[in-house]
Design a protein around this ligand. Sequence first.
Ligand code: TTP
Ligand code: MG
Ligand code: MG
Length: 441
Amino acid sequence: MGEEVALATRYASRVSETAASSPLIRRIAHLDMDAFYASCELLRYPQLKGLPVVIGGGRRKEDDLLGKLQAAYPEGDWTLERFVENLDRIPVEFFPRIEGYTGRGVITTATYAARQFGIGSAMGLMKAAKLCPQAILLPVDFERYRHFSRAFKSIITDIAPVMQDRGVDEVYIDFTEVPGGQREGGRVLARLIQKSIFDATGLTCSIGVAPNKLIAKMASEFNKPNGISIVHEADLQSLIWPLACRKINGVGPKADEKLKGFGIHTIGELAAREPHWLVEHFGKSYGAWLHEAAWGRDERPLETESEPVSMSRETTFDRDLHAVRDRAELSAVFTRLCEQVAADLQRKGYEGRTIGIKIRYDNFQAVTRDQSIDGYTHDAQRIRQVAGQCLKRVDLSRRIRLLGVRVGTLVKAGTAPHADKPYIAAEETPYEQADLFFTDD
Ligand code: TTP
Ligand code: MG
Ligand code: MG
């Protein structure tokens, strides 16, 4: 009948507990890609290596470059395909310069060569043009950066599975139980990860390995670019205390100003203050946290995002269907959706306890209903039966344009608590679940 079927799997943050139960010394790495957007651009324009390049504003300038090439080499057959295949051969002088830039564009990042002129992230392009007029200006291409972001992260999880995503170009990695993760304080594993990412993508990164996330985050900056820094608990005084308070992830510009007002500039100076004094001036929770941070204490676990909370299938009909008049058709689709969700669950090895439906009426209004069952299931018939109960709780006198089936509150198949054991509620967030159901399309 030509309808489209969409599948969705929802993931939840999951706290990693590997380190808590381990007798090994906790080793946490923070990895951050070097000049990330700019490095992604240099992969396709290697002729710009070593030059000041800034990334910011505007749409792709490829057409401008194409025009220049056509004008310079009129005999060349400059189709777009041929152009894209030869990006690395575009003469450097063809690239747009920042000189004379007017407008309100901002720099996302700059190559290290450009940084030598004092250019950096979040700086206005006009200011950068004054500092280094010969810098090459390339527009942003988020899709490209997201591609490389996914690529480097998947290389990491192949080597060290416990990883916390921290944005487009950085992650935390739990080294504690990974082979090589303890050798030379983590340097051996850090080297392996650096090399694997470089071999696969051509991109470099910097890694800090430390007893926790807080210090690892600071350490990854110590030897940028393409560096590794190892910090042990005993290095707190020599490596961390001389740093500016602002280097603590969690001390923003406002707090930093206030600290400076009290004559506290470095982390060491912060560590020297009495906790009760910090609490008095910065509040109970932030003050106490400042003290802990200055002493390099941070027990936060890594939050990985590998556990699905729900799986769903939904379909939009070619024409709006009516529950009574199109009963046979609707029923067949409903059964199939249940079978598909069950197959998804079985393939990925999950069982669920909350079964729900979603309906969107011809006026685009959507409703959802769900019901929790005793025990967990990935059985199509059981899902069909419970979802059918949910269907009875919605208005079926109106035309329907979309039908969806969802199974939530998932656990790994075979790990579900049995009826004879005391039941421990899985983490449930009713608001989020209701909300998720509406954001599927
Ligand atoms: P960062 O990791 O802060 O910077 P970077 O990777 O460019 O350079 P470094 O070697 O110092 O790590 O940010 C990652 C990307 O995020 C960066 O390439 C561009 C983008 N970004 C912005 O768009 N605006 C900003 O203000 C910052 C700081 C980054
Ligand atoms: Mg970076
Ligand atoms: Mg970063």
